[in-house]
Design a protein around this ligand. Structure first.
Ligand code: SF4
Ligand code: SF4
Length: 330
């Protein structure tokens, strides 16, 4: 059921007292025409961030028995040590490694997996590392639980699935290390050195939605990401485009439903690329007071189980109808 709100949210004074004299949109490069790497803005070491005090406040404010239990479960997964890299390297063709990596990722609890060659522009500014490949992992969130957003039930589901994503990444990285190839898991809750959305788009997870999350042809926007970086020889997957971007142009379900009105209706110029963008300064206060919100991901029509296939067919039929026939162009 679509939700509508009047965007009249007023943040808690306690949170706003910690608000820095800075704009997350400026840090993110909103309106910048030149390409540059992303700057750290949130979910990193709070002592290094303009929004560090606000980030700390998120963890003091958002407590509930189910969220705390999910965080404890995730912490246990994150604390598990990785195996050492075996001294003998297994040798296989890139095709065989790619097949095995995907099988292992799925067996380690990922729901979707894709491979792409790492690009330097996906690293935050000032970071350099010597990995060649990114294996992207996606884990589905429970739609019914996400539809309770912004209640703690949805927040707990997000934490649980970040835990499952971490389990999948650590399982895959551990397997590669036992095969003699170094590999590192990239998992939440804090973000690492690598942006996850650009490699996820590059490896075929889907298209960027107006709500700033990826829309996948099977899972909609109802999934979370983790990754493994490695140098084992692999084969890159292709991007996947099925009409979600075009669908967003005429849909405003997420922007109507967003309590602080943070979802911008038109694409914006961000560090040299025109794309969908969520107003960081408007989203964050609400996100921070509601266990990470999640309303926009839940209400997106692509997220409703069983809907995506029909939408893709409908968009393909519309494209075929609008395409000029040879008679028109001849
Ligand atoms: S997560 Fe942010 S953008 Fe999405 S609905 Fe909540 S406040 Fe709006
Ligand atoms: S709710 Fe509509 S506009 Fe928003 S991301 Fe989903 S399809 Fe796009």
């Amino acid at each position: 059921m679509p939700r509508q709100c009047n965007h009249d949210f007023t943040p808690e004074p306690e949170q706003m007292a910690l608000w820095p004299d800075a704009s997350g949109n400026t840090i993110n490069g909103l309106g910048e025409a030149a390409e540059r790497r992303a700057s750290l803005v949130y979910w990193h070491d709070p002592e290094t961030l303009a929004f560090g005090q606000v980030q700390k406040w998120f963890y003091t404010y958002n407590h509930s028995p189910e969220v705390d239990a999910a965080r404890a479960e995730r912490a246990e997964i994150l604390e598990q040590p990785l195996p050492a890299v075996a001294p003998e390297r297994a040798e296989r063709s890139p095709e065989d490694w790619s097949r095995l990596v995907k099988e292992r990722a799925l067996a380690a609890s990922a729901d979707i997996v894709g491979i792409t060659r790492l690009k330097a522009e996906w690293l935050f500014e000032g970071v350099d590392f010597g990995w060649t490949w990114v294996v992207m992992l996606g884990v589905a969130m429970d739609y019914d639980e996400m539809m309770t957003a912004p209640e703690p039930t949805a927040g707990a589901e997000v934490v649980r699935q970040y835990g499952r994503g971490a389990k999948a990444a650590k399982g895959l990285a551990g397997w590669l290390r036992r095969e003699g190839w170094d590999a590192g898991p990239v998992t939440g809750p804090l973000a690492g050195d690598l942006l996850l959305i650009p490699p996820a788009l590059a490896c075929g997870f889907g298209e960027l939605g107006k709500h700033g999350s990826i829309i996948n042809r099977a899972l909609g926007a109802c999934f979370r990401l983790s990754a493994v970086v490695t140098n084992v020889p692999l084969v890159a997957d292709e991007e996947d485009s099925f009409g979600a971007d075009e669908f967003c142009v005429n849909c405003r379900i997420c922007d109507d439903a967003c309590p602080p009105g943070a979802i911008l209706h038109d694409k914006q110029l961000v560090r040299g690329a025109r794309k969908w963008y969520v107003d960081f300064d408007k989203c964050l206060p609400y996100f921070n007071q509601t266990f990470g919100c999640g309303i926009c991901v839940a209400v997106c029509p692509w997220s409703r189980p069983g809907v995506a296939e029909g939408l893709i067919e409908k968009l393909a039929r519309r494209r075929a109808r609008l395409r000029p026939s040879p008679k028109d162009t001849g």
